[in-house]
Design a protein around this ligand. Structure first.
Ligand code: DAH
Length: 343
């Protein structure tokens, strides 16, 4: 019996040495230490051991059991019970995980706004801002747009419920011309102007049906220059220089007589640009412009006998589409990174 135990110990330890992974280790445990394993088998022979030897044999059996268990625990710790030992071997020749990292960037509209304010900045225009939630005083009344004017139709504007019940109706601004009024009022109230020379980019809202060239939200950039002796020639020169600086040496502009309540005279501004890369340049209507109506200057507290000024307002999406050859305005708002990443 003692010989059997000694043999069990040496065989068990030798077999344990050859167990290389978690599977082999478990098989070994079942063979040697399991409930039907060899150690249990040897123990069951105890009943046949003569009484006087029982003490020595029992002691030896306990030693063998402890030795095998200890060796098993040590081996288990060395192999680790985790997946790697039982999973596929690690291939150290495999190239590292190639993960493409997306570099973040500004949206194309934000970039065009930055470019525009930079070009106008070089011509001396500061950047002014105004609220998107406006009142009809700044969006219409002070811009010389009277209550019966069709532009004020609720069908063409996003009026806003007003729980605070301020005196004039509130709305999402439909044009950045609001900022002309706010800037003139601010300049007069705080005494920093005129002269005033600002551009103001921002969002505007109109309940238009969405199609390739319309959206219920889009961006405009407004310009306002008020000084002594400003004329239509200054307006045309500024717009021409802008077109050349932004669209390149072949760009051209054209003013067509038009009407806006806040300018007199007023004009529609077209620019000769290519809407698709490589396409023939064509006249694209970008917005309106004109000489600030004396009534608008007056309502803002500026003496029209002393000061004159011009103003303009363009659609920024039109410019972005012209500059980057984008055929559909909806592409600018779908936020499909496959499209945006190309710009
Ligand atoms: N606010 C006009 C529009 O949204 C565009 C415009 C026309 C702006 C003439 C101006 C201007 O500053 O002088 O259609």
């Amino acid at each position: 019996m003692l010989d059997d135990l000694n043999q069990l110990e040496s065989e068990g330890l030798a077999a344990l040495d050859t167990a290389a992974d978690a599977g082999a280790l478990e098989a070994w445990r079942i063979t040697y230490l399991g409930s039907k394993g060899r150690l249990k088998g040897a123990m069951s022979g105890m009943k046949d051991v003569p009484k006087e030897q029982k003490g020595a044999v029992g002691k030896r059996a306990n030693e063998v059991k402890a030795a095998l268990e200890l060796a098993f625990e040590a081996k288990k710790a060395a192999i680790g019970t985790g997946g790697r030992a039982s999973g596929p071997a690690l291939d150290i020749t495999e190239p590292g995980l190639v993960e493409s990292r997306h570099v973040g960037r500004s949206h194309i509209i934000t970039r065009v706004i930055d470019e525009l304010t930079e070009v106008f900045g070089r011509m001396g225009f500061a950047v002014a801002e105004g609220p998107e939630l406006e009142d009809d005083e700044h969006n219409f009344i002070k811009l010389n747009i009277p209550p019966e004017h069709p532009a004020r139709d609720p069908i063409d504007n996003f009026y806003v419920d007003d729980p605070e019940k301020v005196t004039t109706p509130r709305m999402l601004r439909s044009q950045t011309s609001t900022v002309q009024i706010r800037t003139m009022e601010d300049a007069v109230a705080k005494g920093w102007g005129p002269p005033i020379k600002i551009v103001s980019p921002g969002r505007v809202y109109r309940p238009d049906t969405v199609d390739a060239t319309h959206s219920f939200m889009f961006h405009q950039i407004e310009g306002l220059y008020i000084d002594r002796g400003v004329t239509m020639i200054d307006l045309k020169t500024t717009l021409f220089q802008f077109a050349r600086a932004y669209f390149g040496p072949d760009a051209d502009i054209r003013l067509r007589p038009s009407f806006f309540p806040f300018t007199e005279p007023s004009a529609e501004l077209d620019m000769m640009i290519a809407l698709k890369p490589g396409a023939e340049p064509a006249w694209i209507e970008l917005g309106g412009c004109g000489m600030v109506d004396p009534a608008v200057l007056e309502v803002c507290g500026i003496d029209p006998e002393v000061w004159t000024g011009f103003a303009f307002g363009f659609g920024i999406e039109r410019i972005a589409m012209g500059r980057y050859g984008i055929p559909d305005i909806r592409m600018l708002f779908e936020n499909d990174v496959r499209f945006l990443a190309q710009l």
